[in-house]
Design a protein around this ligand. Structure first.
Ligand SMILES: NC(=O)c1ccc[n+]([C@@H]2O[C@H](COP(=O)([O-])OP(=O)(O)OC[C@H]3O[C@@H](n4cnc5c(N)ncnc54)[C@H](O)[C@@H]3O)[C@@H](O)[C@H]2O)c1
Length: 302
């Protein structure tokens, strides 16, 4: 054991190692037989992200903030490489907690660079494509001039704090010969990324799940519109896709016993389309009904 209580060096130190990217990196390095020390405060990451490697004797997990980690100096000194991934990440978190964002992204980075400087411990520091700001160029270069939004818009605190991290890293490289690599990462997605803090793709995936759009207030408006159309004498076509719409229609007076045409089939979603939606011909049947009642057919082509 080393003075900081972890197995003999060299190990790789990963701050934010229980996060989305960090946990995959931790698994990869352990899989290569390396020793890994993770410092993480589990603010946006979790122990569950490291469940697959929790029993690996080459893994040491320290629950702490980077700046609050008492053994940070010795942990960095004993490591062969540092990945400094800990940061305040996610648009919601950044907008709601700008102080935390700025402090985490500046102070933690300053602390880790200071700790790495004495032994010139090599380090990877992820920055963000947010740094490119409002540029309308088709291709970006790290040497481009930057156009960032104003400080009255909280979201820019993330880009600016990451940019300041870049300045700090380059300053440590220039003045103290620290071998540090800055990577401006673009949107990265995959398993274990959470949408809780505003990451866009996990949110889209959640929003696309079956039933995710229910109970959001639109049902009452839809019901009222359908009931109003069903109550008219004018023949109308109702296309009821899926059991939810079909059950709902049972409760609307006049819809089935009026002069209307009701076309039913399973929902056209990828989960159920094969159960009878294909071949149900809702569009040509609608047009046939409209023609039979002297109405103009609909051009369904986009
Ligand atoms: N995912 C992306 O699309 C993306 C894009 C650009 C840059 N990045 C950068 O990559 C790095 C990792 O991002 P991620 O997507 O895995 O996010 P993440 O939120 O899943 O990971 C960050 C980890 O850092 C931990 N952490 C936060 N503050 C801490 C602190 N003060 N002390 C210790 N641990 C702390 C969190 O608990 C979490 O486990 C971040 O630096 C982020 O800015 C990510």
């Amino acid at each position: 054991m080393t003075p900081s209580g972890v197995p003999e060096a060299p190990h790789t130190l990963i701050t934010g190692g229980a996060g989305f990217i960090g946990s995959h990196l931790t698994e990869r390095l352990l899989g290569q037989g390396e020793r890994v020390v993770v410092i993480d405060d589990f603010s946006t990451g979790s122990r569950a992200n490291l469940a697959a490697v929790a029993d690996d004797p080459n893994l040491t997990v320290i629950e702490s903030t980077v700046t609050g980690c008492e053994s940070l100096g010795s942990l960095v000194a004993e490591s062969g490489y540092v990945f400094h991934l800990a940061a305040a990440v996610g648009v919601d978190l950044v907008v709601q907690s700008p102080i935390r964002t700025i402090e985490t992204n500046l102070k933690a980075t300053e602390a880790i660079l200071e700790a790495a400087a004495p032994n010139r411990t090599p380090m990877l520091l992820p920055s963000s494509s947010e740094v490119y700001g409002k540029s309308t160029r088709e291709g970006f270069a790290e040497t481009d001039d930057l156009l960032i939004g104003p400080p009255t818009l909280g979201r820019w605190s993330y880009a600016c704090s990451k940019l300041m991290d870049e300045f700090l890293a380059l300053a440590f490289h220039a003045e103290r010969q620290l071998p540090v690599i800055v990577a401006r990462i673009f949107n990265t997605v995959g398993p274990r990324q959470t949408g809780r803090y505003g990451m866009v793709l996990p949110r889209f995936v959640e929003a696309a799940k079956a039933g995710s759009h229910a109970k959001r207030g639109w049902d009452a408006i839809t019901d009222a519109c359908v009931a109003a159309v069903a109550a008219r004498d004018e023949p109308s076509v109702f296309i009821l896709w899926g059991s939810h719409a079909q059950a709902k229609a049972k409760r609307i007076a006049g819809l089935r016993d009026g002069p209307h045409c009701v076309i039913e089939s399973p929902h056209p979603s990828p989960l159920s389309a094969h159960r009878g939606f294909f071949g149900s011909k809702p569009f040509s049947r609608t047009n046939a009904f409209l023609s039979d009642h002297g109405r103009e057919a609909i051009d369904w082509a986009l």
